[in-house]
Design a protein around this ligand. Structure first.
Ligand code: X5A
Ligand code: ZN
Length: 726
């Protein structure tokens, strides 16, 4: 199991044969640059490399008409003048005698990738292809695209594997209108695209690229357009779009497969996009998507015209698909006003179709009422010019190459020596301890607690933490002795600070209080998730409720079984989008907590908390290290803990230490180890909407925190007024 890389060098055999400034950027060097980058960084060698085969005409026929396929077939024998004349019949297209061959290889590559992932040969993969596909339509080439590689791949996944929910994430900087048209009325394919739009003044100049286009008929709500109305969008803007739009919808949709129209013209330096997201941003976007569809991601190259930026971004994506830690995201984590307005316009347009958005949307002012058509918006002061952005690429490159990946992936320190734990392969069992004097010195913080066995456990944990801080170990799990979690967390914090950590994020679940004598100097962000508490003690000391179950619930705990009884929430039966509430009591064996069919928390509330609060805070803080501590009565299901650990790998360059208490380790430590190694977390179960109380509490918290933590902004407050939530 691993990552597939699908390619055929024949795809470099099509090129522009005449003078055309619009089309010349779509050149064969794009593929060689991307591939060279992968080879130089040793990434290609780690992939399962598959050689693409041509798609059959029958496969092309899943999307394109026989007449159009015949037309493209005939280009093989045309001369240069004839090719040029034919090309003129389409918008931004050129044909070459090899176009038919290359375009069939491109489709074939996408199909092989889907096969490799859906047969389980690999977890995920990337098809490096030319020509791109997402602009291509049933009977038309468009925007360098001849056949619609990703759309055909989606049809293939539906037909051959019977998939019912496919998510297409199109992060190319152009609107993939071809994909949109093909699945316009199809609720089984959720198409998300962000694109440079500039109120309709950017190619392909279509009304239907705007946020109000949500799909037709049965497909309403399954087209999601996020138009960028300014150039210069950066890491914070892309991240906000994922956290506040794509991911809430994607979790509610619950895809079985994620296809990525992976265009990298949305990256810094690209002449088409003129955006400024750095290559590492694509590592983070990839990692965030890995929590969907059990990690089944098939990415297919679309655009990307700055060769160096393209190569770096492709490497970032492949590295993440392989499970490597994501490099830290640089730059100010503050989305710009224009991005917030765009995000708000999609939320407004999609809210009627998605429960998860109804809950987040604040009272809304449509952007059009504030920015009448035709008025151009000034660039924000901090937006660098395109030239400056390009200049920023070269030093970045050095930094990326210099950053070594720690030799040890994941280490686990166990409290009780030899405790029987089926750890996944690749995990190091931490045997070594810190020096005795050092351990005893730290133990003095809580002398009464750290004795005998718990002192031994602390020694191992300190050694593991040292490995993470020194860059020898990527991440780890510390299993504390019973009742020692709070004290251990305190030691870990002090050890990190004394090592020189500038910013330490502590996500504390359950009954774990912030150490009393910890200075509130901005070095530690303490985020407690527990019970019903919602409190902002300071911008660095926050408590948020753990979303609770809705409707009537009764849980009986016997010695041998756990009974869970859930009723339909009477006040909002319409909240059942997928899945549903159980009508009958269910008996679940106590020894198999994994078999619990429904979460005791609502998935929707939990997700709102993670996507809407925890991750914006975590990414905004830009920590050096993340500590995730599961204290007494943390109330998290294993799948929830796994999801949280998986996404918390992002903010600190992968440096995360999970602390769990001895009693809770049964399956939990193993599940956590799997996600820390890079595997996808298990499914959360059916989507259930959050309760109004949960949402109210989250909103209140967000309103108080927004002045300091700008990534929390899901909607732009109208200029000159205070937040509508406050
Ligand atoms: C795949 C892609 C862009 C076409 C731009 C035409 N096409 N001006 O990025
Ligand atoms: Zn593009």
């Amino acid at each position: 199991m691993g990552t597939a890389l699908v390619y055929h060098e024949d795809m470099t055999a099509t090129r522009l044969l005449w003078d055309d400034p619009e089309c010349e950027i779509e050149c064969p060097e794009r593929l060689t640059a991307a591939l060279d980058g992968l080879r130089q960084r040793g990434l290609q060698q780690r992939c399962l490399c598959l050689t693409a085969c041509e798609a059959s005409e029958e496969e092309l026929g899943m999307v394109h008409s026989p007449e159009y396929v015949a037309l493209v077939r005939r280009t093989q024998t045309l001369d240069k003048e004839e090719l040029q004349a034919l090309s003129k019949q389409f918008d931004a297209v050129y044909f070459h005698p090899n176009t038919f061959h290359c375009a069939r290889l491109a489709v074939g590559a996408a199909l092989q990738l889907v096969d490799a992932v859906l047969t389980g040969a690999v977890h995920n993969g990337l098809a490096l292809v030319r020509p791109p596909g997402h602009h291509s339509q049933k009977e038309a080439a468009n925007g360098f695209c001849v056949f619609n590689n990703v759309a055909i791949a989606a049809k293939h996944a539906k037909q051959k594997y019977g998939l019912q929910r496919i998510l297409i994430v199109d992060w190319d900087i152009h609107h993939g209108q071809g994909i949109q048209y093909i699945f316009d009325d199809d609720p089984s394919v959720l198409y998300f695209s962000w694109h440079r739009y500039e109120h309709g003044r950017f190619w392909p100049f279509l009304q239907e690229s705007d946020a109000h286009a949500v799909g037709q008929g049965q497909g309403q709500g399954f087209t999601v357009n996020l138009p960028w109305n300014q150039v210069g969008m950066g890491n914070a803007d892309y991240l906000a779009a994922f956290l506040h739009v794509l991911l809430p919808l994607a979790f509610e949709f619950d895809p079985e497969l994620v296809l990525v129209s992976a265009g990298f013209d949305s990256a810094i330096g690209d002449p088409e996009g003129r955006m400024r997201a750095t290559p590492e941003c694509f590592a983070h976007l990839t990692q965030l998507m890995q929590v969907l569809a059990g990690g089944r991601i098939c990415a297919v190259l679309e655009g990307g015209y700055h060769l160096e930026s393209l190569a770096q971004s492709v490497c970032m994506m492949v590295q993440t698909l392989l499970g490597d830690p994501t490099p830290p995201l640089l730059g100010l984590m503050v989305p710009c006003q224009s991005a917030l307005e765009s995000i708000q316009s999609v939320q407004t347009a999609q809210a009627p179709h998605w429960t998860s958005l109804q809950q987040n949307v604040a009272p809304v002012l449509g952007p059009s009422t504030r920015f009448p058509e035709g008025r151009s918006l000034p660039l924000l002061a901090e937006n660098p010019t395109y030239e400056a952005a390009e200049a920023a690429l070269s030093p970045l490159q050095g930094e990326l190459c210099l950053r070594p990946t720690p030799p040890i992936c994941t280490a686990v320190a166990l409290a009780v020596p030899g405790a029987a734990l089926a750890l996944p392969p690749g995990v190091l069992l931490q045997e070594e301890s810190a020096l005795r004097e050092e351990t005893e010195a730290w133990a003095r913080l809580h002398k009464s607690l750290f004795q005998d066995e718990s002192l031994v456990a602390l020694g191992k944990i300190l050694c593991l933490l040292g490995g993470i801080l020194d860059g020898q170990v990527r991440n780890g799990i510390a299993v504390t002795a019973a009742l020692a979690t709070a004290a251990t967390v305190e030691v870990i914090i002090q050890r990190c600070l004394s090592h020189g950590a500038q910013r330490l994020l502590c996500v504390a679940l359950g009954q774990l209080d912030r150490p009393l004598d910890l200075a509130d100097d901005g070095r530690v962000l303490w985020l407690n998730i527990r019970g019903k508490e919602a409190a902002v003690e300071s911008m660095f000391h926050i408590s948020t409720p753990l979303p609770q179950v809705r409707g009537r619930v009764a849980v009986w705990r016997g010695s041998h079984c756990l009974l869970v009884f859930l009723g339909v929430p009477a006040h909002n039966p319409g909240s059942l989008r997928f899945g549903g509430w159980l009508q009958e009591p269910v008996a679940v064996s106590r020894s198999e907590p994994e078999a619990l069919p429904l979460s005791p928390q609502t998935t929707g509330g939990f997700l709102s908390c993670i996507l809407g609060l925890v991750l914006p805070l975590a990414y905004g803080f830009q920590p050096d290290v993340v500590l995730m501590a599961l204290g007494p009565a943390h109330g998290l299901q294993n799948a929830q803990a796994a999801l949280l650990a998986s996404v918390l790998r992002g903010p600190a360059g992968g440096r995360i230490l999970a602390v769990v208490e001895e009693e809770s380790i049964l399956q939990l430590a193993r599940t956590l180890a799997q996600v820390l190694l890079g595997e996808a977390p298990p499914s959360l179960g059916p989507f259930l909407m959050a309760s109004p109380e949960e949402i109210r509490a989250l909103r209140l918290l967000k309103a108080q925190l927004e002045p300091r933590w700008k990534l929390l902004q899901a909607a732009a407050p109208p200029p000159g007024s205070c937040s509508p939530i406050a």
